[in-house]
Design a protein around this ligand. Structure first.
Ligand code: AMP
Length: 213
């Protein structure tokens, strides 16, 4: 199963990818996580990516296409994969097609913009393992400490309210047209993001059940 998950920033792509990854035992890869790792490591690509990420813009296509090409050609992906946050533009989707990668389904998690803004203000990320939490919807057992690895949580720079609005504009203008692109290929499945993570997971699993082998 080769799956793409798309949705506005904060729609719950990462959380649902994790659930699907566990259930289907296939790896999930997030270009956002890969870019944040490059930023943290201070690589040349990380320094370049940070300027775009902090401005709420997409990192140039050639950078992310290069990262994803390397990843998809590795043995890790032989039995299937979940792409979280890639492709995010029509040229990226075309590059994926040009790599000869066959996609089985594209899941779009739908959440209204007002909800996104509310959600992003409560999002917290683990500084150790990158796990994502929310102060109301997915709280940690101990405040500001990761349940998995015990490291402190932080607020992503690009979750600042002003940047979130820019990211939403980018999403609607550049990423959302992918729904038509994949819809025309008969691959698109849309699910409404719910208040509770487990309700969204139930809807996602139900929608994807028809693709299970
Ligand atoms: P995410 O963690 O998926 O919300 O991604 C965080 C940021 O990383 C985005 O706002 C973009 O600046 C950048 N990014 C992640 N994936 C991509 C992509 N496929 N193309 C371009 N930029 C990306």
């Amino acid at each position: 199963m080769n799956l793409i998950i798309m949705g506005a920033p904060g729609a719950g792509k990462g959380t649902q990818s994790e659930k699907i990854s566990q259930k289907w035992n296939i790896p999930a890869v997030s270009t956002g996580d890969m870019l944040r790792a490059a930023v943290k490591a201070g690589t040349e690509m990380g320094v370049l990516a940070k300027s775009y990420m902090d401005a709420g813009q997409l990192v140039p296509d050639e950078v992310v296409i290069g990262i994803i090409k390397d990843y998809l050609s590795s043995d890790t992906c032989k039995g299937g994969f979940i792409l979280d946050g890639f492709p995010r533009s029509i040229p990226q989707a075309e590059a994926l097609d040009a790599m000869g990668v066959k996609i089985d389904a594209v899941l779009s998690i739908e959440v209204a913009d007002e909800k996104i803004v509310e959600r992003m203000s409560g999002r917290r990320i683990c500084s150790g393992c990158g796990a994502s939490y929310h102060v109301v919807y997915k709280p940690t057992k101990v405040a500001d400490i990761c349940d998995s690895c015990g490291k402190p949580l932080y607020i992503r720079d690009d979750d600042a309210a002003e940047t979130v609005l820019k990211r939403l504009t980018t999403y609607h203008g550049t990423t959302e047209p992918l729904k038509d692109y994949y819809g025309a290929k008969g691959l698109l499945v849309c699910v409404e993001g719910q208040e509770k993570v487990e309700d969204t997971t139930a809807a996602v699993m139900n929608a994807l059940s028809k693709f299970e082998a």
